[in-house]
Write a protein that binds this ligand. Structure first.
Ligand code: AMP
Ligand code: MG
Length: 603
């Protein structure tokens, strides 16, 4: 995703259609302009919408194939850009504004995207309220009162709403964060409902969370030498250059007969020798001669072409190739054609899997230099969490998160330091977390980081400093704490086991890969066709557990595993992928394309 591109305050109006968003904006604009504001408006429209008219020159030129059409006159200009593949992203659209000529951008529609909004509500429409489910709503303009600490205005009080916008703009401009991102600056606008929240959670999209995390992670700089047989899953700490030619010598790719490429048309050849792999015929091959040769055996000098055995008929020490079309240099593997001496083979940061193990061995290496395993300390938290292995006490659940994490970390080749379940005591927790930072390169906890949780872990983390409590616009896995303890990266994952896994996959795995020295790792994402309708909430990324398969027409299709509660770990076990529904989408219909993240090899 592009960086949030505007340093301008951004304010949206969220409402069901029929509430009168456009009418309200139309009435507000003269007041805002009168107050001296230069206002940009971004409106999301139906996909059939067209600003142009059939018959107009610009329309004709577009229809003739102009993918961008800029039309200009004395008083205005407009750029029309065709986007048949996919709708432009919100952040990109913001870059289309000339921010030097504006004070604020008001947004109508785009209720799916996370940025500060005013909810508009009218009783007579009998529509549900949006604010309880949308953290981006910072104020309400309605014709009734509700029980919330958000600021409320009358939807008919244009001057009041105008004043609210003016205050919003001036607070934005005086906020030290105003250059960070229009999407994050609603912190400065937090009212009684949240300013008492000492931990000031920020709202982030999945991409924003990932970017913030990765920008603060660096590779762990320790290497060790390992035998190739133990190198699976490790990450190379040095570039590998080939010390030899692979193959070392030019050899036959077939069982057959080696002849000279300047001697292809003879009716018969004299077989002068038979060469098995591991041996060689050391005399130059003369015209009229052939050497019977096995796959992998070195071709004799000048014997640069091999005819396969199936095309040959032997009689005594003579061989003929009747009916065979023979091309010069066929069926021969050249010395160094796999890897040439001096060739760059692997860059440091390459993860060693089966082919890499084989290739390293083919270069003659018995050992290689790899990054030391990242040491990860793991904790579970929560009074209700009990270790497995003893009789279940009343009101407890067995700790599954730690074991999920052990598996995930093992897959990534980490060394796990298990700190067990943290006792619910702030001091003990603080001490344990500090100790873990001495022993590990990375610290993971689960549970107790939801906004509003009174868990001790939050108090301990808060004292340890440098930890942000975020709300990621995603499900499952909304709460996430991230920061560092004694300069070691720390993740406070949510409590629910599925949320733990989804947060790990999205945030922790990329961070660990970066710590391990793997550069710019990206998960595999592919498109599949939904075979059941999928619902999501606009404004957040929804990760459903899915099962993909190939249907009878050869199409990749995906369905969910059924019930999607974030406590249902079984859904993760049954899944072979996550289905990712982006914030801009609320319903995926049967037959529509969705993004899936295959999990094979990752969990
Ligand atoms: P929390 O974020 O602490 O409110 O936890 C959310 C949910 O996750 C609660 O239902 C917890 O009981 C559950 N939970 C927390 N830690 C664990 C754990 N280690 N294993 C399984 N479930 C957990
Ligand atoms: Mg808890």
């Amino acid at each position: 995703m592009n960086k949030p591109s505007t340093h301008l305050p951004l304010l949206g109006f969220a409402a069901y259609s029929g509430t009168g968003k456009t009418t309200l904006l139309e009435a507000l604009l003269p007041k805002l302009v009168n107050a001296g504001l230069k206002v940009g408006v971004l409106k999301h429209a139906h996909h059939d919408f067209d600003v142009d008219k059939p018959g107009k020159d610009s329309h004709r030129l577009r229809k003739a194939g102009a993918s961008q059409m800029l039309i200009s006159s004395r008083n205005r200009h407009a750029l029309m850009t065709e986007t048949p593949e996919s709708e432009a992203e919100f952040d990109y659209l913001l870059t289309r504004f000339d921010s030097s000529k504006l004070d604020v951008i008001l947004v109508e529609g785009c209720k799916n995207i996370a940025f500060p909004k005013v909810e508009l509500h009218r009783e007579q429409l009998s529509k549900p309220w949006l604010y309880p489910h949308d953290e981006n709503i910072i104020a309400i303009a309605a014709d009734s009162q509700v029980d919330t600490q958000l600021p409320q205005m009358s939807i008919n009080d244009l001057d009041g709403i105008c004043q609210f916008i003016l205050n919003y703009v001036s607070e934005f401009n005086s906020s030290p964060n105003s250059s960070v991102s229009a999407q994050l600056t609603n912190d400065s606008l937090k009212t009684a409902s949240s300013c008492c929240d000492i931990l000031s959670p920020a709202f982030l999209s999945v991409e924003q969370g990932q970017e913030k995390i990765l920008s603060s992670i660096s590779a762990v700089d320790l290497e060790e030498n390992t035998p190739i047989e133990h190198s699976y899953g490790r990450v190379l700490s040095r570039d590998i250059t080939s010390p030899i030619h692979v193959p070392q010598y030019t050899n036959s790719a077939m069982d057959g007969f080696a002849i000279r490429s300047d001697d292809l048309t003879r009716s018969e050849y004299n077989v002068v020798a038979e060469v098995l792999a591991g041996y060689s015929y050391d005399k130059p091959l003369n015209k009229g001669e052939a050497v019977k040769i096995m796959t992998g055996a070195p071709t004799p000098c000048f014997g640069d072409t091999v005819v396969m055995r199936e095309q040959a008929s032997e009689s005594g020490d003579m061989v003929t190739f009747k009916g065979a079309t023979i091309k010069a240099n066929q069926n021969v593997r050249q010395a160094g054609e796999d890897l040439a001496e001096g060739q760059a083979v692997f860059k440091k940061g390459t993860r060693i899997e089966s082919p890499e193990m084989g290739m390293l061995a083919s270069l003659g290496f018995a050992h290689c230099d790899v990054k030391k395993p990242v040491r990860v300390a793991i904790f579970s938290t929560g009074d209700e969490v009990q270790a497995p292995g003893s009789e279940q006490k009343a009101n407890t659940i067995y700790d599954s998160n730690r074991f999920v994490l052990m598996g995930l970390l093992e897959r990534l080749g980490c060394e796990v330091i298990d700190f067990g379940i943290l006792e619910d005591d702030e001091q003990l927790m603080t001490r344990a977390l500090e100790k873990s930072a001495e022993q590990a390169d990375l610290i993971l906890t689960s549970g107790g980081v939801s906004v509003g949780d009174a868990d001790y872990i939050k108090l301990a983390l808060e004292k340890l400093g440098n930890i942000d409590f975020w709300r990621i616009n995603m499900r499952p896995g909304r709460p996430l704490a991230f920061g560092n303890i004694s300069n070691k990266p720390f993740f406070g994952l949510p409590g629910n086991p599925v949320a733990v896994m989804v947060s790990f996959i999205n945030f922790v795995e990329p961070a660990i890969r970066k710590m391990q020295g793997e550069e710019n790792w990206k998960p595999l994402k592919v498109a599949a066709v939904a075979s059941e309708p999928l619902r999501s909430r606009l404004g957040r990324t929804e990760f459903s557990r899915g099962v993909y398969s190939v249907n009878q027409s050869g199409q990749l299709v995906v369905a969910t595993t059924g019930k999607q509660g974030s406590g249902i770990l079984r859904s993760m076990s049954e899944a072979n992928c996550l289905i990712e529904v982006s914030p801009a989408v609320d319903t995926v219909k049967v037959g529509e394309s969705v993004t899936i993240i295959p999990l094979q090899g990752r969990i």
